[in-house]
Design a binder for this molecule. Structure first.
Ligand code: NAI
Length: 712
């Protein structure tokens, strides 16, 4: 027996209200049992002759219905096509009854209304939205490699117009209540406590005007559009989709085709087409991978960073950032944007002034205007204190140090600052390479010290590595995790170790790209292999972006830590000696000597690379892909052996949000599971001559023998 989720009430003698209230959950989701319950309510209500209108509500604050139950989706991933069609048809038929009831149906949307929830609402005659800022409406299914399958692709064009429907369904972005009103989804937008009265008024008005009967008739037919308009919309939408998906995500294209093809059909035929097309996507490798990414982020939202016991994080009301350079100003901006007071300091006055300006410009950046919003800048300015007073610097709940990557400099700042800090304040470093335990040596309260490692550019990269030094306390970790989530980041907790997590996995891949160059592979072919795999940019371009001097320094750290497998190529120091430091100097592996600063091939590079090339030969794309990604994967198995992270899922989350590892592959370990450990051991054999860096690890061999997977 499942507990009751949908509750019937009659606020007026002829008005029925069905309120969704999933027990013990913060959100309503449409599981199979909830759909059964809805069907039973409709069976009863349909037979009553005393009802003028049915209103759907939610008892969850800020959430109407968050969509279908994705855990049930995962269990059905292997379902046969006919079963998937049946799943779609069942939802379409059930919700379709809302557009055929002998009375008016209204969805009273108080907050998030997405996916299956938006479909249920679409099948109602009318929708009224709350002006609660949380209210959003949309079809995010493409983000899971699917499209709406309960009639969303049929209802959306008929209610909101074909072009709006295409944008919403193929883009997957939700819209605000205001936008929903403009598009014709919403009849009204009212205050939260006005939602039910407004829905009742709507029922009364529709009863009198019978407009809803005309709309039922209209929306059951084809969409009103000419063949020419249809062709034009198809061509433009398809170009936008191609640019966004690079051909690696099939769902938006499939959604577009389905919507366009079904536009000329009646609604029932459109639903049938939707169901058959959905069946092609459901259970595909991309669908499975994207569902995995959804569950990775969902798990992260619930992760406190501390295993087992309950640790209360401290609340962070003010932050100090030391160092106003690239990272420090980015970190300060991320805080100011979320309303946290920040004290920013720097040893160099000019850097502080420049950094301060960057903070406000970034925090007030308006994406639609593509420039900072001046009014917003003025609003945020009081949150930022540019200071050189030690007392002001030490007054915050959390101090994040982001000065130059120099152990001595960092430690001397801590020595000066720590005695001034409040006893409960937390001190953290944004270091990318220096061990946290080493930095903590000499501190009076090492338990209140940890790494909080942001990624560059901070505004775009969601990942934050929270690094536990030997003496860091659970409370410090839990506080760092809660703080990072509070400013919209995805924190992953890890134990201390060279390169922490993401850089440790990045370097074997980057190093291999250099080894491939020296083995005679063509730059273009290397970049192509990486991008076809799904990386946002090739490893060689990434060197130019990181800065080759920085890469040499980081390589040295990795070489010292893992001399058994890290190859320290002389090519990178040769690039530095030739003053080719990458994008920042206008030349690295590429030249940036053009107006837009785009990477362009540079003929003079051959002079630097030439002496280091051992042979010249052709590589297949497969070979290049394996050479690039297997070393990264092997290092990931060592990260697990060394217990740097608590779970393989942290590796996947870290690489997706810290490196741009392709979400459609589900993550590095998820991808490895699709191959299987035994297959990977076989794939490594041809590379045995390359030494330890291509040798199967103990964990991999054990998994190959037992058939175990990273995802249990
Ligand atoms: P940056 O060179 O842009 O900025 C460093 C700032 O620190 C400069 O403004 C400098 O004047 C200031 N500074 C130097 N010594 C100081 C002192 N004793 N007291 C106060 N201010 C001082 O460097 P960036 O790139 O922002 O790096 C900062 C830290 O973040 C480093 O530890 C780096 O390893 C780490 N990091 C860098 C990333 C990157 O991509 N640039 C990514 C992640 C971490």
């Amino acid at each position: 027996m499942t507990a009751e989720t949908i509750f019937l009430s009659m606020p007026e003698s002829d008005i029925a209200v069905l309120t969704f209230d999933t027990p013990n959950k913060s959100a309503n989701v449409l599981s199979n049992s909830v759909l059964d319950e809805l069907a039973k309510h409709l069976d009863t209500l349909e037979k009553r002759s005393d009802i003028a209108g049915l209103i759907f509500c939610s008892a969850k604050p800020g959430i109407f219905i968050a969509g279908a139950d994705l855990r049930e989706f995962v269990q059905s991933l292997g379902a046969a096509k006919e079963q998937v069609v049946a799943m779609c048809r069942r939802g379409q038929t059930l919700f379709g009854r809302l557009a055929a009831m002998p009375f008016v149906t209204v969805a009273a949307i108080n907050g998030i209304c997405v996916g299956g929830g938006a479909e249920l609402a679409s099948w109602c005659d009318r929708r009224v939205f709350s002006n609660n800022p949380k209210a959003e409406f949309g079809f995010p299914e493409v983000k899971l490699g699917l499209f709406p399958g309960w009639g969303g692709t049929a209802r959306a064009p008929r209610i909101a117009g074909l072009s709006n429907a295409v944008e919403m369904v193929t883009g997957g972005e939700s819209i605000s209540a205001e936008a929903a009103y403009k598009m014709g989804w919403a009849s009204d937008v009212v205050a939260d406590d006005e939602l039910l009265p407004a829905a009742v008024r709507l029922v009364r008005a529709e009863q009198a005007s019978k407009e809803y009967v005309k709309d039922r008739e209209r929306w059951s037919g084809p969409v009103v559009i000419t063949e020419t308009e249809l062709g034009f919309l198809g061509a433009t939408a398809s170009a936008v989709i191609r640019q966004q998906t690079k051909g690696q995500y099939p769902a938006p294209d499939a959604a577009l085709e389905t919507i366009l093809e079904s536009a000329m059909l009646d609604s029932e035929s459109a639903c049938q087409l939707e169901a058959t097309r959905m069946a092609k996507l459901f259970g595909s490798p991309v669908n499975a991978a994207l569902l995995n990414v959804f569950f990775l982020t969902d798990r992260n939202k619930k992760d406190t960073g501390v295993e087992g016991k309950k640790v209360q994080p401290q609340s962070i009301g003010s932050v100090t950032v030391i160092g106003a350079g690239i990272m420090g100003s980015g970190i300060a901006a991320a805080n100011v944007k979320r309303g946290l007071a920040v004290a920013l300091t720097d040893a160099a006055h000019d850097s502080l002034v420049k950094g301060g300006r960057n903070v406000l410009e970034e925090a007030a950046f308006d994406r639609t205007l593509k420039s900072p919003n001046v009014e917003r800048m003025l609003e945020l300015a009081p949150l930022l204190n540019l200071t050189s007073s030690d007392q002001e610097v030490a007054a915050s709940d959390l101090v994040i140090e982001a000065i130059v990557e120099n152990e001595k400099a960092k430690r001397s700042i801590y020595a000066k600052l720590e005695p001034l800090l409040r006893p409960e304040a937390i001190l953290a470093s944004n270091t990318s390479t220096i061990p946290i335990t080493k930095l903590a040596a000499g501190l009076q309260r090492p338990e209140r010290f940890c790494g909080i490692h942001f990624f560059n550019p901070v505004r775009r990269m969601k990942l934050v590595e929270v690094i536990r030094g030997e003496k860091t306390s659970d409370e410090t970790i839990a506080t760092a995790v809660a703080y990072a989530k509070g400013i919209g980041k995805i924190p992953i907790v890890m134990n201390d170790g060279p390169g922490f997590l993401v850089n440790r996995l990045l370097f074997p891949y980057m190093h291999e790209a250099i080894e491939l160059l020296c083995d005679g592979a063509d730059i273009k072919a290397i970049e192509r292999a990486s991008k076809s795999f799904g990386m946002p940019m090739g490893p060689i371009e990434l060197y130019d972006l990181v800065g080759i001097d920085t890469a040499v320094y980081a390589s040295q750290t990795m070489f010292e830590a893992f001399p058994d497998r890290v190859v320290s190529s002389p090519l990178l120091p040769a690039m530095v000696a030739a003053k080719r430091l990458g994008k920042k100097t206008g030349r690295g592996f590429y030249s940036y000597d053009n107006k837009k600063g785009r990477p362009e091939p540079d003929a003079s590079l051959a002079e630097v690379i030439g002496p280091h090339v051992r042979e010249q030969r052709e590589f297949s794309q497969d070979e290049l892909t394996m050479r690039l990604f297997l070393p990264m994967f092997l290092e990931a198995t060592r990260v697990l052996e060394d217990r740097i992270v608590r779970d393989p899922r942290d590796i996947d989350l870290g690489l997706i949000f810290g490196l741009g590892f392709p979400p459609f592959k589900g993550g590095l370990m998820f991808w490895a599971d699709t191959l299987g450990a035994a297959t990977i051991v076989e794939m490594l054999k041809p590379f045995a001559a390359l030494g330890n860096r291509m040798a199967p690890t103990k964990l991999l061999l054990e998994m190959a023998a037992s058939g175990a997977k990273f995802y249990k």
